[in-house]
Write a protein that binds this ligand. Structure first.
Ligand SMILES: [Zn+2]
Length: 249
């Protein structure tokens, strides 16, 4: 599904997304840098998800041979569980935040709170977190070049450790890939897991509030093409009242 010439949404489950791939996949975005394409997160690659995402890319007239990078926002399974399979099938360079790389490389289920998420019923008890080779790690201040487009890296922990957001300088707009740091209407996802931090989440929201962008492209729920900053401001306003923004789930 085309958002603009710069960004397409090519995956995501039906519960908190557009039903482009299987639940519980997050929104899977494709950045069109011309000569090179990149995915921002990839979902679980469970069931038919990877085939559906590949078909969605082709249906937009985009050439799968130009797909070069998988850029991971954080290590939760609905965002990165399928990274190893995507890397193998499409020969992608996997780029991940430095803070997320160790758990991605080892498949450490406790580190990513998958053990707790299974207990809570979010994932099947027999689901296995497949380790993935992380080819490149990034941290705040780094930039990723995708063909003619540039993506800036911002560390935004709070939802979990090692979470990053990415600012894309597109042809027509600037886009913030905020993943699970903040959502439309200023919502958040704070969870009762070991590496979730209210204070870090608030600092990340304040950091994102200072950025200049048009589109807010979060990991779930509504996407906002223009005036995305207004939605971050709602979350920041709640934090300034010493409250916490409303949870999306
Ligand atoms: Zn998450």
């Amino acid at each position: 599904m085309r958002i603009t010439d710069d960004v397409f949404i090519v995956g995501g489950g039906a519960t908190l997304g557009f039903g482009l791939s299987d639940d519980p996949d997050c929104h899977v975005y494709l950045v069109n840098g011309g000569d090179e394409l990149a995915l921002v997160d990839c979902g679980m690659a469970d069931g038919r998800s990877m085939d559906r995402i590949a078909a969605n890319i082709k249906a937009e007239g985009l050439d799968l041979d130009r797909l070069r990078y998988l850029i991971v926002t954080h290590y939760h399974m609905d965002h990165a569980g399928g990274a190893a399979r995507f890397r193998a099938r499409f020969g992608l360079e996997v780029i991940a935040p430095a803070g997320a790389a160790p758990a991605l490389r080892t498949g450490d289920e406790a580190a990513v709170a998958l053990d707790k998420a299974k207990e809570a019923g979010f994932y099947a008890p027999d689901y296995v977190f497949e380790p993935v080779t992380v080819d490149r790690t990034v941290a705040e201040g780094d930039a990723i070049q995708i063909g003619s487009l540039r993506l800036e890296v911002f560390d935004t922990p709070g939802h979990c450790a090692g979470h990053a957001s990415y600012l894309l300088h597109g042809r027509s707009r600037r886009y913030l890939f905020a993943a699970d740091a903040v959502f439309a209407q200023g919502r958040v996802i704070l969870q009762n897991i070991h590496d979730c931090s209210v204070q870090q989440s608030v600092e990340s929201i304040f950091k994102l509030e200072r950025l200049d962008f048009d589109a807010l492209l979060p990991g779930h729920g509504a996407i906002v093409v223009d005036d995305g900053k207004r939605h971050i401001a709602l979350a920041a306003a709640a934090c300034r009242q010493l409250g916490v923004p409303k949870n999306l789930i």
